[in-house]
Design a protein around this ligand. Structure first.
Ligand code: PXL
Length: 274
């Protein structure tokens, strides 16, 4: 009987299905791990009040974690949108007591549709309490800038220096994603000694909603299956690039990546590792 590795995402619910918990669970399913979730907040805009973040109570967060742990058990944890300092404190406490094999932290701050997904006064707690617990953190360029006090990033060398400075906050590995650079899409991995770059051709599409969540979720799944960090990042980047290549939109709005693309189309994009 196959019992896949058990993976828990602690993140926000993106009602449109492209990002957050929904992207994570779709990715986990595609990559053959058993997915579970703790929902920290629901992102969904009310048509009249315009309220778009519906945060969950600490009690609800504790209850979801207790349920996942008791009913199933947890091998690897991923975090996404945490929203507040209060939630970050609780998630740090959960992680500290969890004894899981890996922690993947995607320091989500702003969504594609400009929702603010992390409060300003939570950034310090993220840096001091959560990042030091991570096996790997996966900031994009805007998140990297915020974590490094507004630093400008314009080239791969800047990403390397940023990865080194983020490494000093305590995670075992830092993956700075260069999606907003010109030219090929290059990400930089740093382990305290060596830099590894992961490069794919740049795809020209607007339908990338949830790409960051999907990438980090794929890394989480591959680590849970026992892959090395380098292999997990390589497989995950190929997976998310193929998902972006087959992204689409049902409406006028920015659409999702296609989580099933690798399976449905039987292709996976080549990633150059250096
Ligand atoms: O893509 C970042 C993201 C993460 N988590 C949630 C989101 C979004 C973007 O909208 O809604 C819950």
């Amino acid at each position: 009987m196959i019992k896949p590795p058990r993976v828990l995402t602690i993140a926000g619910s993106a009602a449109g299905g492209s990002a957050g918990i929904q992207a994570d669970l779709k990715t986990f399913q595609e990559l053959d791990v058993y997915g579970m979730s703790v929902i920290t907040a629901i992102v969904a805009k009310h048509p009249e009040t315009k309220k778009n973040i519906h945060s969950q109570s600490i009690e609800a967060i504790e209850a979801q974690y207790a349920t996942a742990k008791e009913q199933v058990g947890v091998d690897v944890i991923k975090t996404g949108m945490l929203f507040s300092k209060k939630v970050i404190d609780k998630v740090a406490e959960i992680i500290n007591g969890s004894q899981v094999k890996h922690i993947v932290i995607d320091p989500v701050m702003v969504g594609k549709l400009d929702s603010k997904l992390l409060e300003d006064d939570a950034i310090d707690a993220l840096k001091k309490k959560l990042l030091p617990l991570a096996t790997i953190i996966t900031p994009n360029m805007p998140e990297t800038s915020v974590l490094l006090d507004g630093r400008a990033l314009t080239c791969v060398e800047d990403l390397k220096q940023a990865a080194k400075d983020l490494y000093n906050l305590g995670p075992k590995y830092v993956l700075v994603k260069g999606g907003r650079l010109e030219g090929p899409a290059v990400d930089v991995l740093y382990d305290g000694v060596t830099y590894t770059t992961f490069e794919v051709e740049r795809l020209h599409t607007v339908n990338t909603s949830g790409a960051g969540c999907t990438y980090a979720a794929a890394i989480t799944a591959e680590l849970a299956k026992g892959n090395s960090i380098q292999d997990a990042v390589k497989i995950a980047k190929s997976f998310v690039t193929t998902a972006i290549a087959y992204g689409f939109s049902y409406t006028e709005m920015v659409g999702p990546t296609y989580h099933a693309a690798t399976r449905i189309h039987g292709v996976s994009h080549e990633v150059k590792v250096n």
